[in-house]
Structure formats: structure tokens, C-alpha cells
Write a protein that binds this ligand. Structure first.
Ligand code: SF4
Length: 230
């Protein structure tokens, strides 16, 4: 459900002075990724991203959007009546208002996760948030944007995600994990790029190498295909 369809919040009344965020959509779905996979979850998708990964499936979030006050976002999230909230994008941390939004969601008692590109400092994110941080591979076209210092601040329950576009990407990620012993610091997720690496191939590569990583298939795409708002 796109925010433009909202009947419970008036975007025209948005945000005067206080912290606010520009949103592409708020919707409820099944969490398709990371450690909270399978939970009914409200997704808050912030508009804009400074990266351009070649496999991006949310390019519709690069532009447009509507401003909402944090109160309006909280009101809309509450209307979906779920325990889990995922703040995503785009690159949500590219908006300053994302930081107080995460704090407000935690204060309200939600289990909050954040999906971020790994290109922006995550150290000031509220400590109650579970951060899911991408490491961009060479195949993404954005490997130069990785902010590797982010990996040093992650807690054991937090996650690093690699989207793999080829066998060469897999080997790059494999060596990255082993050299940095990343799996001893946090959870490591390997995901096949949609339509680029077959899930079965990736499963066999992980098994063959006995890699201490979790294979992840995007559950929402299995269920609904590559559909926005799902
Ligand atoms: S960081 Fe995410 S939203 Fe931005 S271009 Fe890459 S895949 Fe798309």
C-alpha cells in the first residue's frame, strides 16, 4: 500500500518544524529477509538513495515521496497492529529524520530492524534497533561505497548481508568473510541476486566451502514475485 493511498493520515498536514521523513510507502507484509524472516511486519520505506546497485529492486523509491511528521508515521504504523517494524529504503539513513524515527519506534515498543546499504555511518542508530548492513560486492557496481568501519560496531544479533551476482562475487564474499572472521562478530547472510545466481547453486557453493554463513532466499519474492509493496 503506497502512502498516497492513505486515508488515516493527511500528508498535506505533514510536519511543521519537528523531525520529519520523506516516505515512498508504508505497508504490511511478511518479512522476507534477514533473521526476522517470516514475521508479519510493517515496512516504512524512506525515499532516496545515493547508490545505484545494478540489481536494485526499489528504484521507484529514488525520487518523489511525501513528507510525514514522526507522529504521523507512528500513527500509521500503529494502524497495522504488528509487533515488527522494518525501516528500509532506498537508503533510510540518508535522511537525518531516520535517526529520531528509529528511536520513536523503539520507545513505542516495536521490534525494529533497519535495512541499510552499508555506505553511511550506522554507529548513531538507537541501540535497540537490529541493523542489517549490506556489504556491496563488485558485481553490484557499488563496491567503492562500502563503509567498512560499520562492521566494527555490529552486535552478535545483527547482520551483514551480501547480495551475490555471480560465482566471482561469491568468491569475493567468501574471502572477505574468512579474512575478517566476520562470522565471529555477527550473523552473515548470503543472498542470491534475483535472476542472477540460482539459489541452488549458491546453496551448493556454501555447502562445498562449509562457510559459516546463512543462505537467504527472499521469501517475499517466492510468494509474490518482484512486486513493489510486498
Ligand atoms: S543501496 Fe539498496 S536502494 Fe540503494 S541502489 Fe542499492 S539496492 Fe537500491
Amino acid at each position: 500500500m503506497n502512502v498516497a493511498d492513505s486515508t488515516t493520515v493527511d500528508p498535506g498536514a505533514a510536519a511543521t518544524g519537528a523531525a520529519r521523513v520523506k516516505l515512498t510507502e508504508i505497508f504490511v507484509s511478511i518479512q522476507g529477509e534477514a533473521d526476522s524472516v517470516g514475521w508479519p511486519t510493517v515496512f516504512v520505506r524512506l525515499t532516496g538513495c545515493p547508490l545505484r546497485c545494478q540489481y536494485c529492486d526499489t528504484a521507484y523509491a529514488f525520487y518523489g515521496g511525501e513528507w510525514f511528521s514522526l507522529d504521523q508515521v507512528l500513527e500509521r504504523v500503529a494502524s497495522f497492529d504488528t509487533r515488527h517494524v522494518c525501516v528500509t529504503g532506498g537508503e533510510p539513513l540518508a535522511q537525518k529524520g531516520c535517526f529520531p524515527l528509529l528511536q520513536r519506534l523503539c520507545d513505542a515498543g516495536y521490534r525494529v530492524s533497519l535495512e541499510t546499504s552499508g555506505a553511511i555511518d550506522v554507529s548513531n542508530v538507537d541501540a535497540r534497533v537490529v541493523r542489517v548492513v549490506d556489504v556491496k560486492t563488485p558485481g553490484s557496481g557499488e563496491v567503492a561505497r562500502n563503509r567498512y568501519e560499520n562492521l566494527d560496531v555490529l552486535r552478535p544479533e545483527e547482520q551483514v548481508k551480501f547480495v551475490l551476482c555471480s560465482r566471482a562475487d561469491f568468491e569475493w564474499a567468501r574471502d572477505f568473510v574468512r579474512e575478517r572472521r566476520l562470522h565471529e562478530r555477527c550473523m552473515v547472510l548470503f543472498s542470491p541476486g534475483y535472476g542472477q545466481v540460482s539459489p541452488r547453486d549458491l546453496a551448493e557453493w556454501v555447502i562445498d566451502e562449509r562457510l559459516p554463513v546463512r543462505l537467504q532466499i527472499q521469501l517475499h519474492k517466492v510468494l509474490w514475485g518482484d512486486t513493489p509493496g510486498k
